[in-house]
Design a protein around this ligand. Structure first.
Ligand code: GUN
Ligand code: ZN
Length: 455
């Protein structure tokens, strides 16, 4: 089925790749070109994208601007591979990868105690040094070029995670997990842990936020209300505001978790209000899960411009519940997708799209129709451009359009064929097979700013 020898892949910009082009567009809709190309300039930006036969002297323009001679820019023919924007994973846990696929059906809090806290407690520099580069390769292999990652609680392991991301080339938002209510170290008093966690997080932010011209960013990361005091939530949100970094946490993932939060924060109207009272809502705040929400919470999320990382596979894996996605989209919330590895068993964003689509199909059969089903092209948009929008980086990533960074992937769609030789040049059919018949080896290459990512 996959007999064609792998072409020599361009490792760094500038280059031109020819292939079948499939991308969401900023202004809505999708662009498909059966014979298209992406021209990447020497700074790693998309200088031209379009139909191969209409190719302008794009490289000539770059040569005129001081780039390399046009006839020296490598042109690589990747047909019949697809050229897509790199996928955006809005929520994953770096130290948890080794336990991916374990503990299905456990209650969230029991799963954390049994499978996660021991793993994260042991996540030192040595673990990070081994795991982080392998994890970034796995993301690239799955077609993810932007990853939003929770680390463990230890500052040095976060430096290691950032260093590895800097070296690998992936675009990443990373944060040290902050917890002062549930902790690993009972030798320190709670206020000492609070103080230490805030200081270390601020130091990490100072060292890494904005590194490599914004490719690496920092997120202040209080784990969730169950493991944090009101002071930790408030002070971490303040740091995020002051530094311009992100603030991210888990919200309303599981009913039992919700009951615990009600008990711990009796003054709050509901779960979201715990974060609202900490001044944690806003356009730089990313809430993972957010599946058991009242109409008030949905409206408050919208009003505050807060962002949602929808993690459909994780929600089914831990039997947490299902997101009523249509309500969120009707309300105008900004929603992208997250793998939530290791509560989600799979890194692939195509797998998140598939599980998300199945979940919404099932909801419709139970609840009746409210809004038209998302199409495969809309799911593809949610995993790429909508994810970039959640992060506020849609001007640099998320779609293949002129002026954005060349964060793109090449996919061999023959891996998704039901039988050898079956193919399509219909964009909706191509997207449908990428999602419903995705294959772990279908992504052949991933680039960020035109730099080939090790995978
Ligand atoms: N809530 C608090 N911590 C976690 C975590 O590590 N994974 C998931 N899925 N939910 C959480
Ligand atoms: Zn999570």
């Amino acid at each position: 089925m996959h007999e064609r020898p792998t072409p020599a892949l361009p490792a760094k910009p500038p280059f031109v790749v020819r292939g079948r082009l499939l991308t969401p567009l900023d202004d809505g809709g999708t662009r498909f070109e059966a014979d298209g190309e992406v021209g990447v300039d020497s700074r790693g930006r998309i200088a031209w994208v379009g139909i191969w036969s209409e190719r302008p002297a794009a490289s000539q323009a770059e040569e005129d601007a001081g780039g390399p001679p046009a006839d020296e820019v490598p042109i690589v023919d990747l047909r019949p591979w697809l050229l897509l924007p790199g996928m955006v994973d809005l929520h994953a846990h770096l130290p948890q990868l080794p336990n991916a696929g374990l503990g299905a059906g456990l209650d969230l809090l029991a799963w954390l105690e049994r499978y996660i806290f021991p793993l994260e407690e042991a996540f030192d520099v040595a673990s990070a040094r081994t795991l982080a580069p392998a994890a970034y390769r796995a993301f690239a292999h799955a077609g993810t070029t932007t990853a939003v990652l929770y680390g463990a609680v230890y500052e040095p392991s976060l430096d290691e995670a950032f260093r590895a991301a800097e070296e690998h080339g992936i675009r990443a938002v990373i944060g040290k997990v902050m917890m002062d209510r549930v902790t690993y170290d009972d030798r320190l008093a709670r206020d000492e842990i609070l103080e230490l966690s805030l200081r270390q997080s601020a130091d990490l932010c100072a060292r890494w936020h904005g590194r490599d011209d914004g490719r690496l960013q920092y997120a202040f990361t209080p784990r969730f209300a169950v493991s944090c005091t009101a002071e930790m939530l408030r002070e971490s949100a303040r740091l995020a505001r002051e530094t311009g970094a992100y603030w991210m946490t888990h919200l309303s993932e599981d009913r039992h978790e919700g009951e615990t939060v009600r008990r711990l924060f009796p003054e709050a109207i509901d779960y979201l209000d715990v974060y609202d009272r900490a001044d944690g809502l806003g356009e730089r705040s990313i809430f993972a899960h957010a599946i058991h929400l009242s109409p008030r919470e949905i409206e408050r999320l919208r009003e505050s411009g807060s962002r949602i990382a929808h993690c459909p596979a994780s929600n089914l894996f831990l039997a947490s519940g299902v997101m009523q996605l249509a309500r969120y989209l009707d309300a105008g919330l900004s929603v992208g997708l997250g793998s939530d590895v290791a509560a989600g068993p799979d890194l692939s964003m195509f797998a998140q799209m598939r599980v998300g689509a199945y979940t919404q199909n099932a909801l419709r059969t139970v609840q009746g129709e409210s809004r038209p089903m998302l199409t495969p092209l809309e799911w593809l948009r949610m995993g790429s451009l909508d994810g970039a929008r959640v992060l506020g980086i849609e001007d640099v990533a998320g779609s293949l359009e002129i002026g954005k960074d060349a964060d793109l992937i090449a996919v061999d769609a023959s891996f998704t064929a039901p039988l050898p030789g079956i193919d399509s040049d219909d964009p909706a059919e191509l997207a449908s097979r990428l999602i419903f018949r995705d294959h772990p080896d279908m992504v052949q290459a991933a680039w960020v700013r035109g730099r080939l990512l090790p995978s």
